[in-house]
Design a binder for this molecule. Structure first.
Ligand code: SF4
Length: 639
């Protein structure tokens, strides 16, 4: 039996599909008799339509999905084209030229792209319909409708080809609703796909019906809202999984001269999402639905071995860790193992804002040049509202550490979470203006989306949310009958009036302007709005946050306290450290002055100095020295 695994647009063409890499390796390892092939069709499409156009569309979910919706529902093409043009105008400007695309109107761009996508899908469908016993399509990165459009064409050419959809976009009721709306889809795989997919392949090979109790397999007979939809498989021991296989993508990347990143996973699930262990749906960030399954880790040795194996196989040291959030403990062991195997890596990873500066430095020194730390909020009451489990002070510490170590941090603020108050909006604005604006990259905002299966979705009534439906944006692009039947991940809803977030958007604009201005000003040797010079027996702080420049110079004892608070310190620790040198009252006066000058942040009885080191090397030396001191004084406590 030939099994073809397909990744349609709109994944990042600079990275192979992690799902295809893991699944193809697993099937080959467990069932060598099956012939498995991968098809990174998003790369083919990027080549076909042009890299600039692909990049533009792939970053906008609605535009991406609308193009394939128009193939799936050609009778809605006129309405979809018009919706595409309106969305693109609102997002990028009047014409594609405003987005750097050499086409005169959005309508023309839509027609040109639609023609190319249709041509590609038809050609691919013909090839697969001729050869495949089973076509598996992954649907994570705006791939729902591109996968459905291809599946529809394959099935129309060969009704015996079995169509299976898996991935993050077909979780829960969403997957079942796809089966009931599109007769050309045969099965949905939910959760981690390796073992369920093998079970399905074996039953297909024997021409048996798969048992309806098979974890992770959804058929038309599956009963809505039952445990069957929650009965998912999760790999018990991640170290036992085979090495992922990206050979097919690597060959394409070579052919098209793509500089690419190798996906690697050091864990599955999210350690902050404890819903499965506790049975409490509130034990995670309330907006989130993208962590599935219990949290599990690979050993540090296995991660290093996998990275080494893949680097050697593909002669490539660029990696992208796909973890939802990298492990909270054991960073030292992990980074040590990575450095020992491959001293010259360059990688991206995600982590939560409670990561200590020393662990960020360790990751940086083992190759982390880019990261994602979704801080989501800059108001403590708002962070509590979304159950982020972090504080404004931790967010500032992580922004500061990434800035001074020169790590590009793809961070964001979520606006419009239901129930947010005007006071929370105002606190966010204040925090941006006075504190966060000191750090790069500047504020990126993402509006809250109601996602199916998120905690907010589970407790809609508590948020006053009602009339939940598929996102209104899709309504014009498909028959109303389908729009009502499908349960897409993105939802529209009605509810109480939201707080006005425009002051936060304006503050983020100012944040960006400040950094543009600071970087363009050649009179200063360092591109930082707020930095310090350590004079040895004095400390100078240069503050350009207000546009003009002011300097503050502090004597020796002040310098010591400021540098000590470069990572978050409780006042008890400050008094312990300096109590023998200075009277309590004087320490308090010093802290109060730093806070009043807004060069130090106070949260309850904790303090954080805000100015950054002039260079990454100075920052790294300081972080290491603080850890050495801490170890000497307090052992490994808090490290
Ligand atoms: S948003 Fe991130 S940290 Fe929060 S539960 Fe989801 S995956 Fe975990």
């Amino acid at each position: 039996m030939i099994i073809d695994l397909v990744a349609m647009p709109w994944g990042d063409f600079g990275t192979p599909s992690a799902a295809l890499g893991a699944l193809s390796a697993y099937v080959r390892n467990k069932c060598p008799d099956f012939k498995v092939a991968c098809h990174s069709e998003y790369v083919e499409v990027a080549e076909r339509i042009g890299i600039d156009r692909y990049r533009l569309i792939s970053r906008h979910q609605l535009l991406a999905e609308q193009l394939y919706l128009s193939l799936l529902f050609p009778e809605r093409c006129t309405a979809t084209r018009s919706s595409f043009a309106n969305t693109a105008t609102a997002s990028f400007g009047k014409t594609p030229h405003d987005a750097g695309i050499n086409t005169d109107t959005w309508d023309q761009l839509f027609d040109a792209l639609r023609h190319q996508l249709d041509d590609h899908a038809r050609t691919k469908a013909l090839e697969l319909a001729r050869r495949s016993g089973v076509v598996g399509l992954t649907t994570s990165l705006f791939q729902t409708f591109s996968s459905l459009a291809l599946a529809q064409q394959i099935k129309s050419l060969n009704r015996n080809t079995v169509i299976v959809l898996g991935g993050a976009s077909v979780v829960g009721m969403s997957g079942l609703s796809i089966l009931h709306s599109f007769p050309f889809v045969d099965y949905i795989v939910q959760g981690e796909g390796e073992k369920p997919f093998i079970a399905l392949l074996k039953s297909l090979a024997k021409k048996h019906n798969i048992s309806p109790d098979t974890p992770g397999i959804i058929t038309r007979e599956s009963i809505p809202h039952t445990d069957q939809l929650r009965n998912l498989w999760a790999a018990p021991g991640l170290d036992d999984l085979p090495m992922p296989d990206y050979d097919e993508y690597a060959e394409k990347a070579d052919r098209y001269s793509i500089i690419w990143n190798i996906p690697a996973a050091s864990s599955r699930g999210c350690w902050w999402d404890r819903t499965e262990q506790t049975g409490n749906p509130r034990n995670r960030c309330y907006f989130c639905n993208y962590s599935t399954g219990r949290y599990r880790e690979k050993s540090a040795a296995r991660v290093a071995c996998e990275v080494d194996f893949l680097a050697r196989r593909y002669q490539n040291v660029r990696f992208m860790f796909t973890d939802n959030a990298i492990r909270p403990h054991g960073i030292q062991e992990l980074t040590h193992a990575l450095k020992k195997r491959r001293p010259q890596l360059s990688f991206f990873t995600s982590f939560r804002a409670n990561m200590l500066p020393i662990d960020i430095l360790r990751l940086n020194e083992s190759g982390m040049t880019r990261c994602e730390c979704g801080i989501e909020g800059l108001s403590n009451s708002y962070l509590k509202r979304i159950n982020k489990g972090t504080s404004v002070m931790q967010n500032l510490q992580v922004l500061k550490t990434c800035h001074e170590l020169g790590i590009w941090n793809n961070t964001n603020l979520i606006t419009g979470f239901p129930g947010a108050t005007e006071a929370e909006v105002n606190e966010t604005v204040e925090t941006i203006y006075w504190y966060a604006a000191a750090y790069y990259p500047s504020g990126r905002t993402i509006p809250f989306h109601l996602c199916i299966g998120s905690t907010v979705d589970r407790f809609r009534e508590a948020y006053g949310i009602h009339s939940v439906r598929n996102s209104d944006a899709y309504r014009t692009c498909m028959p109303v009958r389908i729009w009502k039947k499908l349960e897409l991940l993105d939802r529209s809803w009605d509810g109480p009036a939201e707080a006005d977030w425009s002051p936060v958007l304006a503050a983020c604009d100012k944040w960006r302007e400040l950094h543009d201005q600071v970087r363009a000003d050649e009179r200063f040797p360092y591109p930082h709005p707020l930095y310090y010079h350590d004079g040895g027996d004095f400390l100078e702080i240069v503050d350009r946050r207000g546009g003009a420049c002011r300097t503050l110079t502090f004597p020796s004892s002040w310098r010591l306290i400021y540098l000590f608070c470069m990572s978050i310190r409780a006042d008890s620790a400050i008094h312990d450290r300096f109590g023998a040198l200075l009277p309590r009252k004087e320490i308090e006066t010093i802290l109060d002055r730093f806070v009043a000058e807004k060069v130090m942040f106070q949260e309850g009885r904790s303090y954080l100095s805000l100015a950054v080191a002039t260079t990454p090397a100075v920052a790294a030396r300081r972080i290491r020295a603080q850890v050495r001191w801490h170890r000497k004084e307090r052992g490994n406590e808090m490290l």
